[in-house]
Design a binder for this molecule. Sequence first.
Ligand code: ZN
Length: 130
Amino acid sequence: MKQISVETHSRFEMIDITAAVQKSVSEEKIESGICLIYTPHTTAAITINENTDPDVPRDILVALDKAIPLNANYRHMEGNSAAHVKSSLVGASELVIIEKGRIVLGTWQSIFFCEFDGPRTRKFFIKSFK
Ligand code: ZN
């Protein structure tokens, strides 16, 4: 398993981690298998979506913020319930196929680390299986 640290810079952010995932798979020399990308945080997430147009991750963050407002009579004392809800909706992990030593993604797809309660120092794990 590989652990990677991420510094996030704002409250909401989507950071493209595709290159880090591919690097890990290449270092492990796995030609064919699957790769799990997992974050152990309760106010962050992992997702796959478009990064060719940077307006797409921006719009995802705007839409999530509209659907799950920061303040909505939540009870959680820490004051970051919206971030917890977004984390559960988007999910803590993604699974991708490895073929010929490369992670298999569509033309427009990237793997993102999603920050919903930044800025913070975060981490995610990469585990590949043959
Ligand atoms: Zn909390």
